[in-house]
Design a protein around this ligand. Structure first.
Ligand code: PMP
Length: 397
């Protein structure tokens, strides 16, 4: 029995086997309790009140920013709260759509989530820049030779996932960032999937931007993070306009606040940010290195058990390089039928294209089943899943 399961009320209140943490993680009791306590005792809007409640709320919100900054090793003013990874990427891409021009190039990869694909495609359409996509090998790895071939002095931004939400493969981002910087390009790393599975140090990575969502990090929904280097953030125009992001407003002209406020127009999702701060406290007590090590062992066990089933085809054939996420199809049976049969046995997995149609096209499949791990999973969950999967397969064979 996993020792962390008891920290998550959902596992006391239901009999589910939850293997869909890549979509969103379950919440520990401390995060749920913080939301209840904050709304019950300390709630007032941030950055504008004069009473104690407002001051406490502001302090807690800014303290949450500090916790995020410590967690990813970022200077605190370079941590911007958004409502999720999707909004963080849109913020950067929409800024670039005003900075790019014809002749410039944007480079992403085939294994991106639509959140890191569509905003860049649109930014290119708006600006006249060229949209380029690096290939993924059959084993699930980004094709470095293709990356080098497509990268040039024309490349202004490279935007890549850290850990693929379909293949479970980690990109060698340190090497890719260095290659991109050598031609003068900036780099955005989509850390939506890596953030919950490994320690992150944005300054050691030397990326220009790093994004993730709180709900995949055991925190509440509606909160996300954009980290950026100071000069990278300063060159971007504001994403939204309104209260809390201005220095001065007059009929003639408006001037904008410095970062991070420049990018936080309106009432921010501060309760959610405070909840995320508590999730980070919880994870920090366990230690991200420890989480990474045990999840790697569990992924290995999951793959070992899955390979017992000969009719399985993996998305990304190299099973040794997967971390926490495994997608596959079963020959001759539609993934939705299997997911339905698993659901009937209280096993939660994901079925569909997982918001990543281009990578499914590479693997000549429109949909797949995805199993993804969280810190609360254990070998008993995997055994229950494999038994249910084998049963489902015999039903449809
Ligand atoms: N990128 C990746 C790799 C993801 O897995 C996801 C969520 N599935 C996102 C971006 C978007 O995250 P959100 O929906 O929380 O904005």
């Amino acid at each position: 029995m996993n020792i962390y399961k008891k920290d998550f009320p959902i596992f006391q209140n239901t009999s589910i086997i939850f293997l869909d943490s890549a979509a969103s993680t379950q919440k520990p009791r401390c995060v749920i309790q913080e939301l209840v306590d904050f709304y019950s005792t300390s709630y007032a809007n941030v950055h504008r009140g004069s009473c104690d409640l407002a001051n406490i709320a502001t302090q807690k919100y800014e303290n949450a920013r500090q916790k995020v900054a410590n967690f990813i090793h970022a200077p605190v003013k370079q941590v911007i709260f958004t409502k999720g990874a999707t909004e963080s990427i849109n913020l950067v891409a929409s800024g670039f759509s005003r900075l790019l021009k014809t002749g410039d190039e944007v480079l992403i990869s085939e294994s991106e989530h639509h959140a890191n694909f569509v905003p860049w495609q649109q930014a290119c359409l708006l600006s006249g820049a060229t949209f380029k996509v690096v290939q993924t090998n059959k084993d699930g790895q980004l094709d470095i030779a293709d990356f080098k071939a497509k990268l040039s002095k024309k490349t202004k931004i490279v935007s890549l996932t850290h850990l693929s939400n379909v293949l479970g493969v980690k990109n060698p981002i340190e090497e890719l960032i260095e290659l991109a910087h050598n031609v003068g390009a900036m780099v955005l790393i989509d850390g939506s999937q890596s953030i919950a599975h490994m320690p992150i140090d944005v300054q050691a990575l030397n990326c220009d931007f790093f994004v993730f969502s709180g709900h995949k990090l055991y925190g509440p929904t509606g909160i996300g993070v954009l980290y950026g280097k100071k000069e990278a953030l300063n060159q971007l125009p504001p994403y939204q306009y309104g209260g809390d992001m201005i220095k001065t407003v007059s009929i003639e002209e408006t001037t904008f606040s410095d970062i991070p406020n420049k990018f936080e127009a309106g009432t921010p999702p501060f309760v959610e940010a405070i909840g995320l701060g508590v999730a980070i406290d919880y994870l920090s007590q366990i230690g991200m290195k420890q989480i990474e090590t045990s999840e790697k062992q569990l992924t290995h066990y999951l793959l070992e058990r899955l390979t017992e089933i000969p009719s399985i085809s993996f998305m990304g054939t190299d099973t040794n390089i997967k971390q926490g996420i495994v997608s596959f199809t079963v020959n001759g049976i539609h993934p939705s039928d299997i997911a339905f049969a698993l659901g009937k046995q209280h096993i939660c997995v994901r079925v569909g294209h997982h918001c990543a149609i281009p990578i499914h096209e590479c693997f000549k499949s429109s949909v797949s089943l995805r199993v993804s791990l969280g810190l609360y999973n254990d070998t008993e969950d995997i055994d229950a899943f494999i038994t249910a999967l084998k049963k489902a397969i015999t039903l449809f064979e």
